[in-house]
Design a protein around this ligand. Sequence first.
Ligand SMILES: Nc1ncnc2c1ncn2[C@@H]1O[C@H](COP(=O)(O)OP(=O)(O)OP(=O)(O)O)[C@@H](O)[C@H]1O
Ligand SMILES: [Mg+2]
Length: 228
Amino acid sequence: MRTVAVISRKGGSGKSTVALHLALAAFLRGRRVWVADTDAQRSASQVLKGRKGPGPQLAETTGPKLFALQVSCQRAGAALMVIDTPAVVEEEICHAIVAADFRLMVIRPTFLDLIAAIQTTEIARRLRKPLLAVLNQAPSPRAGVEAPAVKRSLEALGLMRVQVVPTILRARAGYQSAFETGRSVEEFDPPIEAGREVGDLWAFVETFVFGRTKSDVAQNLQNVGVEP
Ligand SMILES: Nc1ncnc2c1ncn2[C@@H]1O[C@H](COP(=O)(O)OP(=O)(O)OP(=O)(O)O)[C@@H](O)[C@H]1O
Ligand SMILES: [Mg+2]
């Protein structure tokens, strides 16, 4: 079993949205998935409880209980656990960072999110754990040109030596309406653009998380210049 933690010190950046979409993406492709909701606000839980039909399993938990949960999920045949985390409770974020094989920091292309990204990155570096970032709620490019805020954010993350995943998640209403029925944006018929984004993001994360051994993941991160 592999574990993905979705983290950010910034509230509302899209942690629950990204965590659930990764979990649903894996589920829709046939993997056995658990969502570990460690945020007392229980946003991820609310969405999954509103889902009709089969979906990822849900565990409402806290950071200190993650290891025991991982053991029981592994025994139950889980292939993937996705941890949703709170923005402000540093202890919870630390537990999730340590428990995970792959950590994804969610940030919007804004000044305040970038400040929070510095704080999130510092926590991970203190724990000597690598992380990658995904830009979320980004404006769509106009005539193929990225908005200045997106360019500035990518530059800032480069200066922080944070590797950014190749898919940018755009601000799209589908991400909000999908959760009204506990769905992924990949489950819309006809397909919507957001679904393609999530498919691309999952393809990257899946290769990273399942396509290599744990030590290879660490090696790859070093190869691309991400500090532990
Ligand atoms: N790419 C997107 N496009 C449009 N809306 C989005 C997108 N991502 C997230 N949202 C919306 O932004 C709001 C915050 O998202 P979400 O709850 O996932 O953030 P969070 O980081 O988990 O927040 P918290 O810190 O409160 O846990 C929600 O209303 C969500 O539907
Ligand atoms: Mg949340």
